[in-house]
Design a binder for this molecule. Sequence first.
Ligand code: AP5
Length: 218
Amino acid sequence: MRLVLLGAPGVGKGTQGDLLAAKFQRPKISTGDILREAVRNQTPMGVQAKACMDQGKLVPDAVVIGIVKDKLAEPVCAHGFVLDGFPRTVPQAEELAAMLKAKGLQLDRVVNVTVPRDDVVRRLTGRRSCPKCQAVFHIEFAPPKRAGFCDRCGAELMQRSDDTRETVENRLTVYENQTAPLIAYYRQRGLLSDINGAGTVEHVQQRIVELLSAHGVA
Ligand code: AP5
């Protein structure tokens, strides 16, 4: 299974990617998670990325392409992967196709998750993340058992620095300008399937699993 989850910030790519990775025993590669870890560890890449991420801008293509190239070379990716948040530009998509082609491979499917803009803003501004184990919650839709604390490890939950209303608006504009063109790019190549991301996490998951099964991917 070589899968890309595409969609605007907050449509649920990370949530669905974790579930798919667990269900199909394939690694999830999230460029956002890898960049946030680099920011936490204050690596040179993290320092460079932080300024872009805090403004809701994309990190330069060369940086994220390098991340994905290294990840795909790991043995754990030999039998497939779920990509979350990559590619995000046409040059990234072209590089991904070239990386796979060099191994005689191609993507199986690109799942484009769609959610109305107002719902996405509500999902992002209400998201809370665990700084220790990276578990993700939502104050309204997926609240932790003890308000403000992680169910998994007990750490105090935090709001991502790019989940403020202003940065969310910037991220949505950047998505429209730089990432949405990938919808046409993958549709032209017969790889794209649209999925309604509204409804419960379980319903969305069911839709994706049924779609993959219909395409013989899972
Ligand atoms: P990244 O981390 O990839 O952020 P994103 O694409 O903006 O996506 P999010 O993580 O915000 O949302 P999601 O769709 O994963 O939703 P989630 O499942 O968490 O990237 C961050 C930054 O890194 C970028 O802005 C950029 O600077 C940089 N970057 C990353 N990749 C890059 C690349 N390839 N090129 C260049 N720069 C890159 O869900 C959101 C909330 O909703 C959660 O609270 C969740 O609990 C809740 N939720 C999920 N599903 C449902 C549901 N069905 N109903 C109700 N609530 C739900």
